[in-house]
Design a protein around this ligand. Structure first.
Ligand SMILES: [Zn+2]
Length: 352
């Protein structure tokens, strides 16, 4: 019971909380969306849909951290009400020092200063407004909180539902809606703060995580594994891209491949390498844009495929990582597909 209460308390501000708070949060999302461009707005709104879905379906038993990327738009009264319901834990922005585990000072400065000037384009897809830097630090803060919860033993697994996502962000460049690479920072945060030697990042977003691959290319202590559609944005992720120490594992899939080919890629390519690597923590870049309803790609996965992959990753974690899994939201652009897939993913994380 104590653990359960702990989980609920850790649901960084808006987990559950019923109709009233959901309504208030949705209003906040609406206000925020006035300030950002269509791409970014779509990304964030999508994130909120599965947050509310998760909140209503799994609140009472959920070892999950939800990052409140929208909290800056909530007034103090709303924050207080949320805190009362949830046990007084507010979302905490990540400390800037953690960014440097994966990014250059120039990159951090460029993002921050663009926001300070009121916003602008960081690349063709990636627009920021005045508050984007703060929001990105809250999104990362949720991820690092999830990481802390798992690494210090309060929970075996955690899921951070925050936006903006991260896996396209390279050391010196924002890309594809991503400002900072949450997954990469989480893996290195666990190594630095908790002293583990080996971590793995498993990425089943339909797009290749070029940023994560780039960050870990020469790092033999972190394995990066990805299934993704190819050809597709960003163009990287060929099987021949293996990293300096053969710790990059790419399993590209063709448009239209579907669940059977996805599972085959996991069984034959990803999982054997992951097992051999014996990671002490598995970080999941959980994008749900490979879902059959998603408008940006054609991999035709369904909820059961995400649930299956999650269970397989958990089996590896059980064998070498004391079960530790930290998962975080990446892409996903069809609200229904995203909501249902995230719920399936989290329901798997809750098992065992
Ligand atoms: Zn994606």
């Amino acid at each position: 019971m104590t653990m359960l209460l702990g989980y609920v308390a850790l649901a960084v501000v808006m987990l559950g909380v019923g109709f009233t708070l959901t309504h208030l949060l949705r209003s906040s999302v609406g206000r925020w969306d006035e300030h950002v461009n269509a791409h970014f707005a779509r990304h964030r709104t999508a994130g909120w849909n599965d947050v509310t879905k998760l909140a209503t379906s799994t609140m009472n038993t959920l070892p999950v951290v939800v990052s409140a990327a929208i909290v800056l738009e909530m007034d103090q009264q709303v924050c207080r009400r949320a805190s009362v319901v949830l046990g007084g834990v507010a979302p905490i922005p990540a400390a800037e020092e953690w960014l440097y585990l994966a990014h250059t000072e120039d990159h951090v400065k460029r993002v921050r200063e663009t926001c300070e000037r009121g916003g602008g384009m960081l690349d063709a897809d990636t627009t920021v407004c005045a508050k984007s830097y703060e929001i990105a630090m809250l999104s990362l803060g949720g991820v690092l909180t999830a990481c802390d919860v798992v690494m210090d033993g309060r929970a075996k697994r955690a899921f951070a539902a925050g936006r903006p996502p991260g896996h396209h962000a390279e050391p010196d460049r924002a890309m594809g809606f991503c400002l900072f690479n949450n997954a990469a920072i989480a893996a290195r945060h666990a190594q630095k703060r908790y002293g583990i030697d080996r971590a793995a990042v498993v990425d089943f977003d339909v797009h290749h995580g070029n940023g994560s691959q780039d960050i870990f290319w020469s790092d033999k202590t972190v394995m990066y594994c990805s299934t993704h559609q190819m050809p597709l944005y960003p163009g990287t992720g060929a099987r021949s891209e293996r990293g300096e120490h053969d710790t990059v594992v790419n399993a590209p899939l063709s448009p239209g491949d579907g669940g059977a080919k996805f599972r085959e890629a996991f069984e034959n390519v990803i999982l054997p390498r992951l097992r051999d690597f014996r990671p002490e923590l598995i970080v999941i870049s959980a994008g749900f844009d490979a879902h059959q309803r998603d408008p940006l790609a054609n991999l035709n996965l369904v909820e059961a495929d995400f649930l299956w992959a999650t269970q397989k990753i958990m089996e590896v974690a059980q064998a070498s990582a004391s079960g530790r899994v930290v998962s975080m939201l990446e892409g996903g652009y069809d609200l229904e597909g995203l909501s249902n897939s995230a719920a399936a993913h989290v329901s798997a994380l809750m098992q065992g």
